[in-house]
Design a protein around this ligand. Structure first.
Ligand code: ZN
Length: 547
């Protein structure tokens, strides 16, 4: 399976954890949703979501080590594929910029050591901004190295609230805008570039390489995360002005080598690939710095304009009834999120659940609806038929495939493919929904592992996931095959296990707005609501993960 392509920001997730309910207040949920904001800069078109996704990557990108390497002079990359960490070495010890998530600290340590440096030689720890994907690991890095943690004053309150595992966030020196941090002949200057967070910090330094001096800039972040409120933001009423200040400051900086808190901000993968093939250092890219500022600033103004327009229309926004056709895999999630949405918007949401295949047939037969939540395949088919508006296709969440047994029933080992095979061959009976995502996956799986024929006589194929649950509860089936998210709400069953990693599959749930929607804007809005960063805890609780 392809790793997740959907957007859920490390940044915003972390912010939700840090800010709790106050982040909710920053979302645009009291505004009617318009079409997605889209801009063209440097000859390429981006939606707000795509730009955000470019930065944070998929879940794997946030944790997988990127090959550690020298960027220029004494500046090295030691981060993951989508979360930047920089090591700046000096004869008197080193400076680390960005600890990223706490779980990434061992990876950063490994990268530092692979470059031939000692992690314990890190004397100073800095960060890009007070979001967990950049600075959650500060306490652990300090614990391992004794480094002094320094941050701009404006980010200190948010940092103090960041306490992974209950550990207080260390801040040893509070910096003012424009202040310098010096170690072993290297000087880094902290520039306040607020907006993304109150104390979002762009670091600059002069670096020697090959007898020349280069201006290096580590962009803190100039991004407006999806759902972030620029208009009527009660927490920071002047938020738009803060972003404008960040653009002004960023444009005033000399830059030969643009870097950033996410590698996507300076096309690191592309530049890294060019290293060692001769020619000038690909990281020297003043035009790339300007292009990134142009893109971020264009996006900021587009998002601001869209929110201003929505706000001016909000007072006359009518309430609507939204008809939703949803795969049962997302039932648990919608049952929790939809009432919140209804309270926030005064819209009414009417949902019909079923297998993706049966809902797809209803749509093909002309059943009216506003929003559909289906498997990828069903969604793409309906888009091809012109029944769902292509631009609205949005991954919501995915659920791993799992096995259910009656509560208290005998548990079998399903931890490896061999054990799984034995368990399925030994089971008295197995149930799955023939047209459900799990049924389709399971049919292909047993074919692939060569036990399809052996299972046939004892397989019960049902018309829905609900009937699979019933068969397990009343003992007609010993094992029921369902997406994990569908097992959790069923009373009287328990999860035997998810499928072993090497054969695991996912039911990816994708939302799309009907091409003939009556309540199109409200349906858009609902789709944004369930894909907003705030929805992630609910998605996780219901046994799902981001698409
Ligand atoms: Zn962030």
């Amino acid at each position: 399976m392809k790793p997740c392509t959907l957007a859920l920001c490390g940044c915003a997730v972390a912010a939700a954890a840090v800010l709790g309910p106050s982040l909710y207040a920053q979302r645009g949920s009291d505004l009617p949703a318009g079409p997605p904001v889209q801009v063209t800069a440097n000859g390429r078109t981006w939606t707000q979501q795509q730009l955000f996704q470019r930065n944070i990557g998929g879940a794997d990108d946030q944790t997988a080590q990127f090959p550690p390497h020298k960027i220029i002079g004494s500046v090295y990359y030691v981060g993951t594929r989508s979360l930047s960490s920089y090591l700046i070495t000096t004869p008197q010890g080193h400076i680390l910029v960005n600890s990223t998530y706490e779980r990434n600290v061992p990876t950063i340590q490994k990268s530092v050591e692979q470059l031939g440096f000692k992690f314990t030689d890190i004397k100073i720890l800095l960060g890009s901004h007070a979001h967990g994907d950049h600075m959650e690991g500060d306490a652990l890095v300090k614990q391992l190295t004794g480094a002094q943690v320094m941050a701009l004053a404006e980010d200190v309150p948010a940092l103090r609230a960041m306490q992974p595992g209950g550990k207080p966030h260390p801040v040893d020196r509070v910096l003012k805008d424009g202040e310098s941090v010096t170690l072993g002949g290297m000087t880094l200057v902290a520039h306040l570039t607020p907006g993304h967070t109150r104390g979002c910090t762009t670091w600059t330094m002069k670096v020697q390489d090959g007898g020349r001096t280069y201006d290096v800039v580590i962009i803190g972040s100039l991004g407006v995360n999806p759902g972030f409120k620029l208009v009527n933001n009660t927490d920071v009423p002047q938020i738009a002005d803060e972003f404008l200040r960040a653009f002004k400051v960023s444009r005033s900086l000399q830059c030969d080598v643009p870097l950033g808190s996410h590698p996507g901000m300076f096309n690191m993968a592309e530049k890294y690939a060019k290293l060692g093939i001769g020619g000038p250092n690909p990281y020297i890219d003043p035009a790339g710095y300007k292009a990134e500022l142009d893109l971020d600033e264009t996006m900021f103004h587009a998002v601001l304009a869209a929110q201003q327009k929505a706000a001016s229309q909000a007072s006359v926004a009518p309430t609507a009834e939204i008809k939703v056709l949803s795969s049962t895999a997302l039932k648990g999630v919608l049952e929790e999120l939809v009432p919140q949405f209804e309270r926030a918007t005064k819209h009414t949401v009417v949902i019909q659940y079923g297998t993706a295949a049966s809902l797809k047939r209803q749509i093909e037969q002309g059943q009216p609806f506003d929003l559909a939540v289906l498997t990828l395949a069903a969604m793409d088919d309906l888009i091809a038929q012109g029944r769902i508006a292509a631009g609205t296709r949005t991954p919501i969440a995915r659920s791993g495939m799992a096995m259910a047994i009656r509560t208290g029933a005998r548990r079998r080992d399903v931890g490896t493919t061999d054990a799984l095979k034995r368990a399925l061959l030994d089971a008295k009976s197995i149930a799955y929904a023939g047209e459900g995502a799990a049924g389709v996956y399971f049919t292909a799986l047993v074919q692939r592992i060569g036990i399809a024929e052996a299972l046939k006589p004892k397989s019960k194929v049902t018309a829905s996931g609900l009937l699979v649950g019933e068969a397990v509860v009343n003992g007609e089936a010993e094992i029921g095959i369902l997406p994990l998210s569908e097992i959790l709400p069923i009373r009287g069953v328990e999860v035997l296990g998810t499928f072993p990693m090497e054969v695991q599959g996912y039911a990816v749930m994708v939302g799309g707005v009907s091409a003939g929607a009556k309540a199109g804007a409200a349906a858009h809005h609902l789709l944004e609501f369930v894909t907003a960063p705030d929805a992630l805890p609910v998605i996780k609780k219901k046994g799902m993960e981001r698409g």
